[in-house]
Design a protein around this ligand. Structure first.
Ligand code: 6PG
Length: 258
């Protein structure tokens, strides 16, 4: 498990395994990311195990969920897949801000997945208590690898400010918390969030970033070229410890990469 103080320099000194793929539009990028997600889930299921995935919120996954429903609805035995969230806003499910509520409408109500396979963060609960409950649920269901519960797939987005999950710039200690998840606060809105921490994210077998839009191009360029403020962006701390990390970018988000 990584420790913030001891490993900060080491982490930023290593060439963590990372690759990226660029497609012309957000729709095309999302479709390719959806296909990759389905491949990863089916690879796991083909071993006879259930697949455990954690998805992010925000707007980016909307196109990804659309693509799964349109092109891959019957391509996976969803009864063998357990979905979790990378993070959640501390709001009720019927709030337009709810990552769970949005995913239910855009994906889960449109595929054949048992409700017990959908493990939401209870946004309306007491945040501190819910962070503990959710962590216990993960620890109780997922296999262990490197001493931590291991997700087969973690799907991440990235904010214009370089945050990922609900780990925000200026709160990098959440990347190295010994807890599986933690309570966080959005620096601009003050909204309370619950988020997986960096160690659990980095422990995943397959990590996929899906980042689209010109607003993200500057931060993408800084992270990929280790320039400017890159060491303050939580997204630059996501490195596949033992698995694989791929960024799915559209041409706009990749617009400043040489
Ligand atoms: C959230 C997400 C967050 C998101 C980024 C990108 O709950 O908001 O998990 O990390 O992935 O903020 O958001 P957009 O996809 O809306 O740009």
């Amino acid at each position: 498990m990584m420790d913030f103080t001891a490993n900060y320099d080491m982490l930023h000194g290593i060439e963590g395994y990372m690759d990226y793929r660029v497609y012309s539009t957000a729709v095309e990028t999302s479709a390719h990311c959806a296909g990759e997600m389905v491949r990863i889930l089916n690879d796991r299921i083909s071993t006879g195990s259930n697949a455990f995935a954690a998805v992010s919120g925000g707007k980016t996954p909307d196109l990804l969920f659309d693509s799964i429903v349109k092109h891959f609805r019957e391509a996976v035995d969803w009864s063998k897949v357990h979905f979790f969230w990378v993070d959640e806003r501390c709001v009720p499910p019927d709030s337009p801000d709810s990552n769970y509520g949005t995913a239910m409408v855009n994906l889960f109500k449109k595929i054949r997945i048992p409700s017990q396979n959908i493990h939401r963060i209870i946004g309306e609960a007491d945040p501190g208590k819910e962070a503990k409950r959710y962590a216990d649920e993960i620890a109780g269901l997922l296999p262990l690898e490197n001493g931590l519960p291991v997700f087969d797939l973690v799907l991440l987005g990235m904010g214009d400010d370089g945050h990922t999950a609900s780990v925000f710039t200026g709160n990098l200690k959440l990347l190295y918390s010994p807890e599986i998840c933690a309570v966080s606060t959005h620096p601009d809105t003050g909204q309370t969030r619950i988020t997986l921490t960096g160690n659990i994210l980095n422990n995943a077998r397959e990590i996929r970033f899906l980042v689209t839009g010109a607003k993200k191009a500057q931060v993408i360029n800084e992270i990929f070229n280790k320039q400017g403020d890159w060491m303050n962006y939580p997204a630059s701390f996501i490195v596949a410890e033992t698995g694989n990390l791929f960024w799915y970018l559209d041409e706009e988000a990749a617009g400043m990469l040489k």
